[in-house]
Design a protein around this ligand. Structure first.
Ligand SMILES: [Zn+2]
Length: 105
């Protein structure tokens, strides 16, 4: 398992799908991140969601895709509708043996 996978606070790892030729990491936004940007209310309704698909660093011959949930919410306090999309880290880039300087020569 890829425990080094650098998912930050804000996302829960859900599952990994191994599809022919690629690996898909599915992430979902933590419930605690569902906060109204207008009034900071934490009482929100979910109004569905969409997916972002982000190509990531390949693992060997396999392409890696992050499948990230983007929830759509409505604030129960002020009625604001908003999507929640915390910033993603650049995953799996922090292998200490691969220094960018090494490729210069
Ligand atoms: Zn609100």
């Amino acid at each position: 398992m890829y425990h080094a996978f650098g998912v930050r606070e804000g996302y829960d790892y859900r599952r990994t799908d191994y599809i022919e030729g690629r690996v898909e990491f599915h992430l979902r936004v933590k419930e605690s991140m569902l906060v109204c940007p207008k009034c900071a209310g934490q009482e929100v309704w979910r109004r569905g969601s969409r997916e972002r698909r982000i190509s990531s660093v390949p693992i060997g011959p396999k392409a890696v895709v992050l499948v990230v949930e983007v929830p759509k919410c409505e604030c129960r306090g002020c009625g604001e509708t908003f999507e929640v999309s915390p910033p993603l880290p650049m995953p799996m880039c922090d292998t200490p043996t691969a220094s960018p300087d090494m490729s210069a020569n």
